[in-house]
Design a binder for this molecule. Structure first.
Ligand SMILES: *Cc1c(COP(=O)(O)O)cnc(C)c1O
Length: 362
């Protein structure tokens, strides 16, 4: 991550648009007494991005990785951290040292975290995760979660049972809806009856749950969301609210070659650089450009979208992106800069690529 000027590829991050996205979402959620914990993974916990999130004084910042947690602490981030990837046993000591809270779904892990927290003289807050059908983390039977809650509450003195939560729209692509959110709300009530006190947090998921807040269908009992994509990219799998900026992040790449060539490769087709057979459309001779950024930097070329008209992404190797620019108005030549909008996935890759220069608009 380098920031010298006039170096490409460059990732330009508009901190003011990010701030406006956060303000818009925070306002709408606050109206319904829903607390937001911003998730830093989509921007690889870049300091400037995290600082904007901190301006909103969240109770927690969410991270999925210990290296990000370590870096945020070293950079002076004061907000307590919540680990949102259920910790592996080997991660427990450092996780307890760096994070004040975590999502959990395994009793043996909870016992290990309790012991470690005791050793470090800390109280660690936990949110127990219930799997509501997406098949990623979480207890499957409600009774199991209730038993775990009782054990945390009564027998694990260095843990604080902060609440329960769920994760959707991930592996199983299950959409948050009234049915599964109401299920989570009912489970919260059962846990509260079992432990004899209210839970602070009932965490109803991630960006894909926001649409329910906006349409007013989120059950009253859900009072917490962990939000990444919709803050950073203004998008989610369940809708792109029109009051959010979708251009907080812009990739700028420099043209290194531009000339006319056939649109269909010439010779015997084998496999591409990634060992895959590919299909090419023959559109005759077309003007093509190459920009010096590739899959190693952003992942999938389908996840970047040209901002200039008349530019189309054809494909990419690890280090190059091939563009059709036949319909580009004007003369494109080596040295020119083209801009691309980004998806959540490509944003996460670009924020982590050591070859990408990052600059900020504020
Ligand atoms: C990544 C993640 C989130 C945030 O998801 P977005 O879609 O970016 O809002 C929330 N919770 C967990 C457990 C996650 O892993």
């Amino acid at each position: 991550m380098n920031s010298s000027k006039d170096q490409y590829p460059r990732l330009v991050i508009d901190l003011n648009k990010l701030r406006e996205n956060l303000a818009a979402l925070t306002g709408r959620c606050q109206d319904l007494l829903i607390e937001i914990s911003p998730v830093v993974k989509g921007a690889n916990a870049l300091r400037e991005v995290v600082r904007v999130m901190e301006e909103f004084s969240p109770r927690y910042l969410c991270t999925s990785r210990l290296d990000q947690a370590r870096r945020m602490k070293a950079e002076g981030i004061q907000t307590p951290l919540m680990m949102i990837r259920i910790p592996g046993p080997a991660e427990v000591p450092e996780m307890v040292a760096l994070c004040d809270a975590s999502l959990n779904s395994d009793l043996s892990l909870l016992r290990a975290i309790n012991e470690e927290a005791g050793r470090q003289g800390k109280t660690h807050a936990v949110i127990l995760m219930q799997d509501l059908g997406d098949l990623r983390e979480g207890f499957w039977h409600a009774e199991e979660l209730i038993q775990a809650a009782l054990e945390v509450e009564n027998n694990l003195p260095h843990l604080h049972l902060l609440g329960i939560g769920t994760n959707l729209s991930c592996y199983g692509s299950i959409k948050p809806d009234k049915r599964n959110m109401q299920g989570l709300a009912s489970l919260a009530q059962e846990v509260e009856e079992a432990i004899g006190r209210p839970l602070e947090i009932v965490s109803g998921g991630a960006s894909t749950s926001v649409y329910m807040v906006l349409e007013g269908s989120m059950p009253y009992r859900i009072n917490h969301l962990r939000l990444g994509e919709i803050i950073l990219n203004g998008t989610s799998g369940t809708g792109n609210p029109d009051f959010l900026h979708q251009d907080v992040f812009t990739l700028q790449a420099q043209v290194s070659e531009c000339r006319e060539k056939p649109s269909h490769p010439v010779g015997q087709l084998g496999l591409d650089a990634f060992g895959k057979p590919r299909v090419y459309q023959d559109r005759g001779i077309r003007r093509r450009a190459i920009v010096n950024v590739g899959r190693v930097d952003y992942g999938d070329p389908e996840d970047i979208s040209p901002r200039q008209p008349g530019v189309e992404v054809l494909g990419a190797s690890s280090d190059h992106t091939l563009l059709d620019v036949a319909d580009y108005p004007g003369e494109l030549k080596a040295g020119d800069i083209l801009e691309f909008g980004l998806s959540y996935g490509s944003t996460a890759f670009l924020c982590s690529s050591p070859s990408v220069h990052i600059s900020y608009l504020s």
